[in-house]
Design a protein around this ligand. Structure first.
Ligand code: MTE
Length: 300
């Protein structure tokens, strides 16, 4: 379907030709099987040329499986993702443990090609498949007093070797303001390139908030809680001076230990040099109004 939210990249974003052809074949195959709607939006989406599958699935952050970039691909196979259920509770009309298959049956899944910018300074373009978080929250029925949404990742010491180490205060938790969670750009991703999302990328369902640093995009979600208080978040708890609640991509607000003015596109080939970081990761037009009147340096 038409994607309202992707925008045009420059010639800096060219992906090596092999990856480009590979993607074309994949898209053609998927469209042939009727997996992806290839209507008028296809052209606009192609303007954001995604990284190849290998980049997206071999260079990850998922500390429950270790802190190395290759650890998640190596160890996350151990995660049991079937059956899976998500507890939705707090200020909702229909609190329950929702079976993933029931959620998926009720949701409309589509492709969203988004920029993805990690707080560490690297970036990719990822073709997610997923549905709008707003649809899931509406299914549970958000009550009028709710102001925030809290998220929690599975905690499975038997399957997750990384949680034996106190790198973070497990389980991994994240949060959004309700209006951020309800924004149409915010999705729950269940796939990449039309295939099930691999465990290392947060199977079976992970958050994607493309205008925020990647750590807000919490993986393998087991609980979603609607609340009227700003929820704690893992990286903020670990280091409040370095990681704020908002964590919007902002080239003008430096991390205390490095500048955020530029980023390194993963797999950039001959264009591997750093490129300017964009305000709200390129989604300024869509999301700036959420923060009108807010001091973005104070609310980092
Ligand atoms: N979610 C959980 N549960 N654990 C993590 O360590 N890492 C975060 C985020 N979500 C993380 C997580 C960080 S720092 C980033 S940059 C992205 O996941 C990486 O997503 P990717 O591996 O799919 O690129």
């Amino acid at each position: 379907m038409a994607n309202r939210w992707t925008n045009t990249l420059t010639d800096r974003d060219v992906t090596p030709e092999a990856a480009f052809l590979n993607r074309r074949q994949l898209m053609a195959g998927a469209a042939g099987l009727g997996l992806i709607g290839m209507a008028s939006g296809a052209k606009a989406q192609d303007a954001l040329e995604p990284n190849p599958w290998e980049d997206i699935t071999q260079y990850n952050n998922y500390y429950e499986f270790g802190t190395g970039k290759e650890d998640p691909a190596r160890y996350a196979d151990a995660l049991t993702t079937q059956p899976w259920s998500v507890k939705i509770d707090g200020m909702v009309d229909k609190p329950a443990d929702y079976a993933l298959e029931d959620i998926l049956q009720a949701m409309t899944t589509e492709e969203r090609i988004y920029r993805f910018r990690c707080v560490e300074g690297w970036s990719m373009v990822i073709p997610w498949n997923g549905f709008e978080l707003a649809d899931l929250l509406n299914m549970a029925g958000v009550q009028s007093g709710a102001k925030y949404v809290a998220f929690e990742t599975a905690l499975r010491p038997d399957e997750m070797p990384g949680v034996r180490y106190p790198v973070l205060d497990w389980p991994y938790v994240e949060g959004l303001r309700l209006d951020e969670a309800m924004h149409p750009l915010t999705i729950m991703a269940t796939g990449i390139y039309g295939r099930d999302i691999p465990n290392q990328n947060g199977a079976p369902m992970r958050l994607v908030v493309p205008w925020k640093y990647g750590f807000k995009s919490i993986k393998s979600i087991v609980r979603i809680t609607l609340t009227d208080e700003e929820p704690p978040t893992s990286w903020n708890k670990a280091n409040p001076n370095e990681y704020g609640f908002y964590s919007n991509v902002n080239p003008e607000v430096s991390h205390p230990r490095w500048s955020q003015a530029t980023e390194r596109p993963i797999g950039g080939g001959v264009f591997a040099s750093r490129v300017p970081t964009q305000m709200f990761n390129g989604y300024e037009k869509e999301v700036a109004s959420l923060y009108e009147g807010m001091d973005l340096k104070a609310n980092f």
